[in-house]
Design a protein around this ligand. Structure first.
Ligand SMILES: *Cc1c(COP(=O)(O)O)cnc(C)c1O
Length: 422
């Protein structure tokens, strides 16, 4: 017999216990309790499929139902069943996703929102007051910059922008002024710059500054900011977590109870919650995240390596390539791949870049990212138009690719025919 030896099996601890509590019209109603400690000891792919996904206690439905209800019957005034009163405050489908996401992240708490920007808004508004300052990376999602500069700055928040990949520059900025938060996006959008989360957290914490990581591009599969020292992680679940370009959503994930309570208070007070159907789509997406993100990464690596050989391309930005300035940090900080996002600069300039973005057939010209279908866009004219003329402006010849789950050779053939048209 040949082949690699099979590792001895670890005994599987008991994850779920079921107990009959009462009968309803002859049907036993069960309580199912999850041994969270045992479940959290399993691998990410297992947690993604089982955390928060207890079969329905009444019917045994394996998939969490979409509890499309705004309100819940009370058994006498104040007699709430399991705390359910009103769906802005609490909904079983949303709870199911929050538990699943917290377990995938290895965090204590996750709170979901109706969009990534709603999550960011509520995190900041619930924990900052006028006069506080934020130190922002110079290459972030355009909508985050718009929210901060056009809404939070007029509200009285101080905003400074720094080259976040340069720990010395970050350290110098932190020494000059007291910042409540430092905002990190890594890989960043759209240049895929890499920031060392652990090094940034060490410097920030020495100055009493908290670190927020927007982990949307890496997803919880490839990068674990809380374990690296970040205080809060935010997501646009619209992207890899939803994964099928069919839902807009966001989340705040963290371990600190005080911050969690502040965020939960404003979530309920202001109400930017996802619908039960949105939550169900997020649940379904998250179950296959591990599988998808690893394949996105394999496809993107193959496409990026091919792009590097092309004369039409002035520069490829992909953290998996050794030519990328953040490659060494990314290789240490990311696990199991470098993600599905690639940016390229077209040698012939702006007009050629626009033409190229309009010439692909498998890659769809559209904003957003992280879905199963490949997308192409021109950041300067599309996603990052709101940062034109600011320190966050992106190169005019830049094209961003969200590499999907089609066959990588088909994607390469599509890009090749588009190059022939510019
Ligand atoms: C899309 C995106 C957001 C905003 O999320 P929405 O769901 O569109 O509100 C924030 N950060 C990053 C990195 C994103 O890509």
């Amino acid at each position: 017999m040949s082949g690699s030896p099979i590792a001895p099996l670890k005994p599987m601890p008991i994850i779920r216990t079921t107990q009959t509590i009462r009968y309803f019209q002859g049907v036993p109603i069960m309580t199912i309790s999850t041994n969270t400690e045992a479940l959290n000891a399993t691998a990410l792919a297992t947690r993604a499929i089982h955390a928060g996904q207890e079969p329905d206690p009444t019917t045994g439905a394996v998939v969490t139902p979409i509890y499309m209800t705004s309100t819940f019957k009370q058994d006498g005034v104040g007699g709430l069943r399991n705390g359910y009163d009103y769906s802005r405050s609490i909904n079983p489908t949303r709870n199911s996703f929050d538990e699943q996401l917290a377990a995938v992240e290895g965090a204590k708490y996750a709170l979901s929102f109706s969009s990534g920007l709603a999550a960011i808004d509520v995190l900041l508004r619930s924990t900052l007051k006028p006069g506080d300052n934020i130190l922002l990376g110079n290459d972030v999602y355009g909508g985050t910059y718009r929210l901060l500069s056009k809404v939070f700055v007029p509200w009285g928040i101080g905003l400074d922008v720094v080259d976040i990949t340069d720990t010395a520059a970050v350290s110098a900025a932190l020494a000059k002024k007291q910042y409540a938060y430092i905002w990190v996006e890594t890989p960043s959008n759209p240049l895929l710059n890499i920031t060392d989360i652990a090094a940034t957290a060490a410097v920030a914490h020495a100055h009493g500054t908290k670190v927020v990581v927007d982990n949307t591009f890496a997803s919880p599969v490839l990068q674990h900011p809380l374990a690296d020292g970040a205080d809060v992680v935010v997501y646009s679940t619209t992207k890899y977590i939803g994964g099928h370009s069919d839902v807009v959503g966001g989340a705040v994930v963290l371990n600190d109870k005080e911050t969690r309570d502040a965020v939960a208070f404003l979530q309920n007070a202001a109400g930017a919650v996802p619908s039960p159907f949105d939550s169900w789509l997020d649940i379904r997406g998250l179950k296959t995240l591990d599988l998808r993100v690893k394949q996105h990464s394999r496809n993107a690596m193959k496409v990026a390596q091919w792009l590097e050989t092309r004369p039409e391309v002035e520069r490829v930005w992909y953290p998996g390539l050794e030519s990328h300035p953040g490659h060494d940090i990314a290789a240490r900080q990311m696990h199991g791949g470098f993600g599905g996002m690639i940016s390229i600069q077209i040698a012939a300039g702006f007009e050629a870049a626009k033409k190229f973005a309009g010439a692909t057939e498998v890659f769809t010209l559209a904003e957003s990212l992280g879905g199963v279908e490949s997308l192409i866009e021109h950041p300067g004219a599309m996603t990052h138009a709101s940062v034109a003329g600011t320190t966050l402006e992106v190169p005019a010849n830049l094209i961003r690719l969200s590499v999907g789950l089609e066959d990588a050779d088909d994607l390469i053939a599509d890009l090749e025919q588009a190059f022939r048209q510019i």
